[in-house]
Design a protein around this ligand. Structure first.
Ligand SMILES: [Zn+2]
Length: 299
């Protein structure tokens, strides 16, 4: 009997010894941030990839089993994942990652949300009823979220507190230096008039002082219509704007249609890590955003 118990312990001990903090991120930027802070102490994966619209994915069984095993779920929130996360959490039946528990981390709770509507008319189909959820496009937001996330990871995994402390310090220092560089490079973007496919970039515009003058979507979440595009053509045919932006998972048709008729340059901007070949981590992702924006301006 004793032998059996020892054998059983031996069998299961490698599992018990796995100290990784298992991170289920809703979007790639939060998996990347958890890895920046935790390094080898975390095992992070993302439910969506950069070529998917995080508003709309399928709640696949493989995602449910990842939620079931997760120590922490990290999501943008503000209803970005309303179409699929509640179902994953429900079916995952993992109390520690349910709302209200430390394992449930909502990134947009730690920054000032923009575009919070005074009243919400859901009949119009607006997909941002709690303010704009795409908070990752301002690197100052990432810094605030990193602080809160490191504290939460420490709370959940006190054994690795020193790793998270060092990881946060190291990341924050490199990130602040990177921000200074980006801000110096981006000065010519100030005041530029931007048309975006979806309202994905309000935090980026706020950061760099760009002005969003229109969206290709008539209402956030409603695909561009011929009527709306015609009205944009009337509006911007003479007056102009500086750049038209779409994300990799949005059809470039509407951008190209308007660009060809107005002469306004149109570009794809990666909305997160992995959204372009160059955007391999958080740092190179912002490098690439600036490269692409600056590349669209006349030299
Ligand atoms: Zn959105």
């Amino acid at each position: 009997m004793k032998k059996i118990i020892i054998a059983t312990l031996f069998l299961f001990s490698p599992m018990l010894a796995t100290a990784d903090l298992k991170v289920f991120a809703c979007e790639p930027e939060w998996a990347a941030l958890a890895e920046e802070i935790g390094g080898k102490a975390v095992k992070a994966s993302s439910a969506t990839n950069a070529l998917q619209d995080p508003h709309y994915i399928q709640a696949r069984p493989s995602l449910i089993s990842r939620v079931r095993r997760a120590d922490i779920v990290i999501c943008s929130g503000a209803q970005l994942e309303i179409g699929w996360l509640p179902m994953l959490l429900n079916k995952g039946s993992n109390p520690s990652v349910m709302p209200g528990n430390p394992g449930h981390f909502i990134a947009s709770d730690f920054v000032k949300r923009l575009d919070v509507p005074a009243t919400v008319d859901r009949s119009q189909g607006d997909v941002h009823p709690q303010g704009n959820p795409h908070v990752q496009t301002n690197p100052h937001n990432i810094l605030l979220i990193a602080d809160a996330l490191a504290a939460r990871m420490t709370e959940l995994d006190a054994d690795n507190a020193s790793i998270y402390k060092r990881g946060l310090e190291d990341f924050s220092q490199r990130w602040r230096e990177a921000i200074s560089g980006w801000e110096a490079r981006a000065s010519s973007l100030r005041g530029k008039r931007i048309i975006t496919h979806h309202k994905s970039w309000v935090y980026l515009e706020n950061w760099l002082g760009m002005e969003e003058v229109a969206n290709l979507e008539p209402i956030s979440g409603v695909p561009p219509t011929a009527g709306h595009l015609s009205s944009l053509l009337k509006r911007f045919g003479d007056d102009g704007a500086d750049i038209i932006i779409h994300a990799p998972f949005q059809s470039e048709k509407a951008s190209k249609w308007l660009s060809e008729r107005t002469g306004i340059p149109e570009i794809m901007l990666p909305l997160t890590v992995g959204g372009s070949d160059a955007a391999t981590d958080l740092f190179s992702w912002f490098d690439d955003i600036l490269d692409r924006l600056l590349g669209a301006l006349p030299s």
